[in-house]
Design a protein around this ligand. Structure first.
Ligand SMILES: Cc1cc2nc3c(=O)[nH]c(=O)nc-3n(C[C@H](O)[C@H](O)[C@H](O)COP(=O)(O)OP(=O)(O)OC[C@H]3O[C@@H](n4cnc5c(N)ncnc54)[C@H](O)[C@@H]3O)c2cc1C
Length: 265
C-alpha cells in the first residue's frame, strides 16, 4: 500500500485522482475497522492544518481534522454538540476520530451528524482546486472533495437530543435530535434528525412542518410521534429489532418534548 502526506489540498486532490482505491486518512477509526474498504493508497490529511476550532463573528468553524475529544472539551462549540461528542463510545476512539471523518465516513451510527443537522451546519470543502461551502445535507448527498471545516452560523439554535445504547461500552443504537429557533413565541426553522434507524442518516421532512409555527407548549407528543413513525422505516439488527427501534424513537420524542416544555423526566 502507498502512503502519502501531502502538504497542500491541491496535492492531496491530485494524489486521490490518480487511484480508484485511494482514500483520505483522518483519524483512521473507520479506515482501520474490520468492515472498512480495502485501500491501495492512503492520503494522510495530517499536514494540511485542518485542525482547530475558530470562533467567528457569528458562530464557530471547526476544522475537519479536529478530534471528537477536542470538540467534547471545547467551550467554544454549542453545548449540545460538545455534550453529544462526549457520549462517543470511548476516550480512545474520541482521541482519534475526527469530525471530517464522521461526516465523510458515513458510518452506520453517528451522534454528531444529527446534532450538526439540527444546528443547520454547513460544510466547507475543497474540490477541483476551489473551496466551496454547502449545507451538510447537500454535502452528504454529493459526497464531494476534501472536507476542510464545518461551520455553525447559528449556535443559538435550541438543540435537544437523546441516545440509546444496549450496553454502556457499545455503539449507540438510536440517536435522536431536534433543533429549532423561537421567534414571536413560536417554533421556526425546525429540524429533526435520527441516526441508527436507517443505514444512512434520517432527516425529517414531514414532522418539521408540523412543528414549525407552533408554540412550544402546544405540541402534542402523540401527534408528533405519529408523524415521525410514518416517516421512518427502521431496519432491525442483531441487537435491536425494528419494532424496538420504533419504541425507542417514541421514548426519545416524549423525553425531548418534556424537556422542551420544561417538565424534566
Ligand atoms: C470502535 C468504534 C467506535 C465508534 N463509536 C462511534 C460513536 O460512538 N459515535 C459515532 O458517531 N461514531 C462512532 N464510530 C465511527 C467513527 O469513529 C467516526 O465516524 C469517526 O468520526 C470517523 O472519523 P475518522 O477521522 O476516524 O475517519 P477515517 O477512518 O480516517 O475516515 C473515514 C472516511 O472518511 C474519509 N475522510 C476522512 N476525513 C475526510 C475529509 N476531511 N474529507 C473527505 N473525506 C474524509 C476517509 O477517506 C474515509 O473514507 C466508531 C467507530 C469505531 C471503530
Amino acid at each position: 500500500m502507498d502512503y502519502f502526506v501531502p502538504k497542500s489540498l491541491s496535492e492531496a486532490e491530485k494524489l486521490k485522482k490518480q487511484s480508484a482505491r485511494a482514500f483520505y486518512l483522518a483519524g483512521g477509526t473507520i479506515l482501520n475497522w474490520k468492515g472498512s474498504p480495502r485501500a491501495e493508497r492512503l492520503i494522510d490529511l495530517k499536514a494540511l492544518k485542518l485542525e482547530g476550532i475558530k470562533k467567528l463573528k457569528k458562530g464557530v468553524e471547526i476544522g475537519a481534522m479536529t478530534t471528537i475529544q477536542e470538540i467534547a472539551e471545547s467551550g467554544d462549540v454549542p453545548a449540545s454538540l460538545a455534550g453529544a461528542s462526549a457520549l462517543f463510545t470511548s476516550r480512545n476512539v474520541r482521541n482519534m476520530a475526527t469530525v471530517g471523518g464522521n461526516i465523510a465516513g458515513k458510518f452506520f451510527i453517528s451522534n454528531i451528524l444529527p446534532i450538526l443537522v439540527c444546528y443547520k451546519a454547513k460544510v466547507k470543502y475543497f474540490s477541483n482546486g476551489k473551496k466551496k461551502t454547502v449545507s451538510l445535507d447537500k454535502w452528504l448527498s454529493e459526497n464531494e472533495g476534501i472536507i476542510v471545516s464545518v461551520i455553525i452560523e447559528n449556535p443559538d439554535r435550541i438543540v435537544k437530543f437523546r441516545e440509546e445504547k444496549v450496553a454502556a461500552s457499545d455503539f449507540l443504537s438510536v440517536f435522536t435530535s431536534v433543533g429549532y429557533l423561537i421567534a414571536g413565541g413560536r417554533i421556526r426553522d425546525a429540524e429533526i434528525s435520527l441516526s441508527g434507524i436507517h443505514r444512512r442518516l434520517f432527516i425529517s421532512k414531514e414532522a418539521v412542518k408540523f412543528l414549525n409555527g407552533k408554540k412550544q407548549r402546544e405540541i402534542f407528543v402523540s401527534a408528533l410521534n405519529e408523524i415521525v413513525q410514518k416517516e421512518i422505516k427502521p431496519i432491525g439488527d442483531v441487537k435491536v429489532s425494528k419494532e424496538v427501534k420504533r419504541r425507542i424513537v417514541e421514548e426519545h420524542i416524549i423525553n425531548i418534548l418534556s424537556e422542551i416544555k420544561g417538565e424534566t423526566r
